[in-house]
Design a protein around this ligand. Structure first.
Ligand code: HEM
Length: 214
């Protein structure tokens, strides 16, 4: 970014670069985390399962020992909760695509330069792939989980989100810490999301935290 110039040979301004970097650091996981916190407040039995899983991991650690990659692999239930959240409220909506060459697919001829937009919304709430699609049910991801390319919050193929693993790490570490330290309740019942373009709570998301330990 420091070296990049636009068509008029002008470098990026410092603020623009800062904006890009903040974008990469935050990129959507703030939205994902807000929606996870909402679902954990909404469904106490799911909070309890996440708590149990995270406490088992916490108990296996020595005082002050940090989480490591193996610990993340053990957070299976928590990740299913996060995935179900990403299914219902995907922070990334999709992306533009342009055919790089002429090709034929399923009997359709697609000419070079043809532009389209793929979107997560074509499958995430399709009852054929996700029965009772509005229901928050992390068990959908148990075992083999959904059919390939039906759950695509990070896209798929060569242009799939390169931040996926980093996002997973951030979401799981956040879940680990918040459930060990707090229970919480929502101050506004329900949650209406507006897409701007990521799904954000229409009236903000105030919660009351109850520390579990003094
Ligand atoms: C929950 C968090 C995130 C979600 C749901 C998400 C979702 C997506 C989606 C749907 C795409 C489009 C993929 C496609 O066109 O096939 C994308 C692209 C991208 N994401 Fe993420 N993302 C997340 C976090 C991140 C993070 C943390 C970073 C960086 C550290 C990141 C960097 C990127 C980049 C650079 C692209 C463009 C890739 C390309 O066009 O080749 N994302 N993301």
């Amino acid at each position: 970014m420091l070296l990049a110039k636009n068509e008029n040979a002008v470098h990026m301004r410092e603020k623009q670069i800062a904006n890009e970097i903040i974008g990469l650091l935050i990129a959507n996981h703030d939205t994902a985390i807000t929606n996870v916190v909402n679902h954990l407040a909404e469904f106490p039995h799911i909070y309890n399962e996440v708590y149990k899983e995270q406490m088992e991991i916490a108990k296996s650690k020595a005082q002050g020992e940090l989480l490591n990659w193996e610990d993340l692999q053990k957070m299976k239930y928590s990740w299913n909760v996060a995935r179900e959240t990403l299914r219902l409220a995907p922070p990334g909506q999709g992306a533009f695509r342009e055919a790089a060459t002429d090709f034929t697919y399923a009997g359709f001829t697609v000419p070079k330069g043809w532009k389209t937009y793929w979107t997560v919304h074509s499958t995430h709430k399709n009852p054929k792939y996700f029965p009772d699609p509005e229901k928050f049910d992390p068990s959908r991801f148990k075992g083999n989980g959904p059919a390939p390319y039906t759950f695509v919050p990070f896209g798929g193929g060569p242009r799939m989100c390169p931040g996926k693993e980093y996002a997973r790490l951030e979401i799981l570490v956040f879940m680990h810490n918040i459930v060990r330290m707090f229970k919480w309740e929502k101050l506004i019942p329900g949650l209406r999301l507006i897409y701007a373009p990521a799904p954000i709570p229409e009236k903000g998301f105030p919660i009351r935290l109850h520390p579990l330990h003094n």
